[in-house]
Design a protein around this ligand. Sequence first.
Ligand SMILES: NC(=O)c1ccc[n+]([C@@H]2O[C@H](COP(=O)([O-])OP(=O)(O)OC[C@H]3O[C@@H](n4cnc5c(N)ncnc54)[C@H](OP(=O)(O)O)[C@@H]3O)[C@@H](O)[C@H]2O)c1
Length: 437
Amino acid sequence: MAEALRVGIAGLGTVGASVARVLRDKAAELTRQCGRDIIVSAVSARDRKRDRGTDLSSANWFDDPVKMAQTAEIDVFVELIGGDEGPARASVKAALEAGRHVVTANKALLAKHGVALAEIAEKKGVLLNYEAAVAGGIPVIKTMREAMAGNSVSRVFGILNGTCNYILTRMEAEGVSFDVVLKDAQRLGYAEADPTFDIEGHDTAHKLSILTSLAFGTRIAANDIYMEGISNITQADIRAAGDLGYRIKLLGVAQRTESGIEQRVHPTMVPTASVIAQVHGVTNAVAIETDILGELLLSGPGAGGNATASAVIGDVADIAKSRPGFQHGPVFGLPAKELKPYKKAQMRSHAGGYFIRLTVHDRIGVFAAIAKRMADNDISLESIVQHAVSGEAAAQKTVILVTHETTEAAVRKAVDGITKDGHLTDKPQVIRIERAG
Ligand SMILES: NC(=O)c1ccc[n+]([C@@H]2O[C@H](COP(=O)([O-])OP(=O)(O)OC[C@H]3O[C@@H](n4cnc5c(N)ncnc54)[C@H](OP(=O)(O)O)[C@@H]3O)[C@@H](O)[C@H]2O)c1
């Protein structure tokens, strides 16, 4: 049998401790599958004394993950610390420069430094594997990088943040407000104490930026993503969406257009009958549209110790199976130096259908004025409905418009016009409608 593959794990938190435990519990299966043993020979975390739920006494402890990355005691450096700078970046860079293979689940690091790290990995002839960085346990990186060779991708989109999908699912099922569900999600551990990163779309944007690079062969451009979170989604939106045959999801979408590539993260209305609309709770899903394959949808657990560990271990097993001296495929599907600069499509030229919810004074002429602003901007309407608002706000009405395909610029101009007309009693709500099979 070939020599054992020696793994060093930096970070022994939710994911790292699960990886260490599964590597131990499944050692015999992994040896059979890989043709060699995989052993945890080194570990690093901050607190040496903390119980990690598995016996790590045979692994050498390193206080400094950079030192561990450089030691000749390991063949693979598994980075599960997190963060786009600091010890995560320093140790991954050090490992690659020392000629060690790297496995990471760190989307923040890859979104910011992925291309530079890929250049080092490719120069050194080592692997930089990151299946767990996007959609946790779903094997979307392998699917896009390996299984879809020859396909041209036109759009990739998905539910990439379990916290947001959990909140939206419960808001719809229970008819309660965003704030109430968020508090409960925090109590249950589905949302962080500071949830901004998840609910405002940053986490989705990091993952989307990696998928965009794989889909379109472009350099990662995580700072060039249009982003809106879910904190302003109300029960009124969810109910109106349901009445119209839609469900609201926070999607990350990357799409090739005539003027460039759109990268956007925002609440989206998808048809209730579409497959992606059936993805509930913390589950993630990624849809990929290509010329040869058509549309593929992968769904599954996007986070959690075990699910994420499964993807990390798959990456380690690939390294265990790789033959010494064999030329590895490029990190982002194309050699890092050949990735094209990202050409951004302007959000104002985004084309699609729109849902617009307006709360207006209950006055004669308002409805006609709204319809005129739409017509003036060449927006054709699929439907326009008005409802009385009951209770204290009886002098108000809700007007809900659904447009046929139009542009973001036209919708913004029309809504600005309606706002200037002085008919609104509340902020207008605009939600994009996404085509989904
Ligand atoms: N959790 C998930 O479901 C999930 C899913 C997909 C991807 N990820 C990614 O996986 C990575 C790890 O996430 P996690 O949830 O496992 O994080 P976590 O529970 O916060 O664990 C972080 C670990 O890093 C260690 N650490 C922090 N600073 C260190 C330093 N300077 N030197 C050595 N170790 C250090 C911590 O040590 P101590 O334990 O001693 O404090 C801890 O063990 C992140 O990049 C995250 O984005 C997580």
